[in-house]
Ligand binder design. Structure first.
Ligand SMILES: CC(C)(COP(=O)(O)OP(=O)(O)OC[C@H]1O[C@@H](n2cnc3c(N)ncnc32)[C@H](O)[C@@H]1OP(=O)(O)O)[C@@H](O)C(=O)NCCC(=O)NCCS
Length: 166
């Protein structure tokens, strides 16, 4: 198990095969997927195959990471960076029972700092559906700045970004 980051309450680690279980159950919740454009996995096996074929760490040296509680080691969701057409995209998704406890902002801020300080990234962007107020709020809590209105999967959305000031 490779731990990438630690915060006060959380640690972020690379995905492991048993995360297939969590990917399946996370994406089974329609409230979790509501503003993402994703569709649920058809079977639990499909989620395990997704994890098995997740090559981002090897290809880019970073990716989305599992977010776990320091206290209990529970998997609560994922957060991380994605190379998207040579832009670095910040994303996150958590089980509903962990919403509104500040976990997304804590994990996302740590990912941004890691991207800037350790991976020497210049700029990190994020996209969110306009209706996804919680997600936009998290991005604001990461000091990401509104850039423009966009259409994302055909849905009205916003693009935010933050530049490395070092
Ligand atoms: C978006 C998501 C990751 C936020 O996770 P979280 O751990 O609840 O986030 P935080 O607790 O750090 O912050 C949430 C903030 O949004 C606010 N918020 C929540 N619901 C809101 C709403 N409907 N309208 C306005 N603000 C809202 C909270 O009050 C909080 O802000 P505050 O700290 O200023 O009070 C979580 O809701 C989730 O997993 N959603 C499903 C997946 C998803 O949409 N991912 C993003 C795709 S772009």
């Amino acid at each position: 198990m490779k731990i990438i980051l630690k915060t006060k309450r959380l640690y972020l680690r690379e995905f492991i095969s048993s995360d297939g279980f969590h990917f399946y159950h996370l994406n089974k919740d329609e409230k979790v997927l509501k503003f993402t454009g994703d569709i649920p996995f058809k079977t639990e096996k499909e989620a395990y195959v997704f994890i098995k074929n997740y090559t981002e760490y090897k290809r880019h040296g970073f990716g989305r990471w599992a977010v776990c509680l320091n206290e209990t080691d529970e998997f609560i969701g994922w957060c991380g960076l994605k190379n998207s057409n040579n832009e670095i995209d910040l994303g996150f998704r958590f089980y509903q029972k962990y919403w509104n406890k500040g976990y997304a902002a804590e994990a996302a801020n740590a990912c941004i700092n890691y991207g800037f300080n350790s991976l020497k990234m210049h700029k990190i962007i994020a996209r969110a559906y306009k209706e996804n107020k919680a997600s936009i709020r998290v991005l604001q809590k990461c000091y990401m700045v509104f850039q423009k209105n966009i259409s994302y999967d055909g849905v009205p959305a916003v693009l935010l970004s933050k530049s490395n000031s070092n």
